[in-house]
Ligand binder design. Sequence first.
Ligand SMILES: Cc1cc2nc3c(=O)[nH]c(=O)nc-3n(C[C@H](O)[C@H](O)[C@H](O)COP(=O)(O)OP(=O)(O)OC[C@H]3O[C@@H](n4cnc5c(N)ncnc54)[C@H](O)[C@@H]3O)c2cc1C
Length: 156
Amino acid sequence: MTAGGWGVTGRPHSPSEIKQFLLDIQSPVPIDLWVPDLMDFLHHHLDDLDPTYVDLKIPPCSYIQYQKAQTGAIPSNFVAIGNAVMAVNPVFGQGMAKACIGAVTLDRFLGCLRKGKSIPTNFSKRFFALQAARIDGIWYVILCRAFSLTNSVFDV
Ligand SMILES: Cc1cc2nc3c(=O)[nH]c(=O)nc-3n(C[C@H](O)[C@H](O)[C@H](O)COP(=O)(O)OP(=O)(O)OC[C@H]3O[C@@H](n4cnc5c(N)ncnc54)[C@H](O)[C@@H]3O)c2cc1C
């Protein structure tokens, strides 16, 4: 279970604190009742469950723009998708979308390869160009939204 947020102080470290944290969230959709019930259950069975709590700090957003690499700078059979290309703050909920876009794009390119033929010399370049056309928008939307938050950090 992740109890996260932007600049959260006094992060919860027990089922009862997590319950209060969740109940304090101001959302247009009320939290499902099974969630506080689950926290109460965990609270009463702490001795049996031996829970662990981990504080995670999300690393800076980053976008490695392989599509801009000079010809010959990366091997013709090299591809990268998902977080290996673009890592964004999970607050924006775009991580899985661009990972899926990368997978679908790669599937299209692999599907076009003829059996028994070697990978074309421009394979990597063409793959990164199409992937960039499909995921650039995610990056720019996130840039716009994150720059409005004072503690944003980027690796561009
Ligand atoms: C707390 C949190 C909440 C998130 N919430 C959302 C959300 O609500 N919606 C959303 O869309 N996205 C969310 N994301 C982002 C999303 O999880 C990632 O963008 C997505 O998982 C990226 O997929 P990936 O396959 O590229 O990388 P990963 O899922 O990170 O997979 C990489 C895998 O490679 C393995 N690995 C690493 N190094 C090596 C190595 N040297 N050898 C072998 N294996 C290795 C890792 O163990 C891992 O299993 C969240 C991320 C976090 C951290």
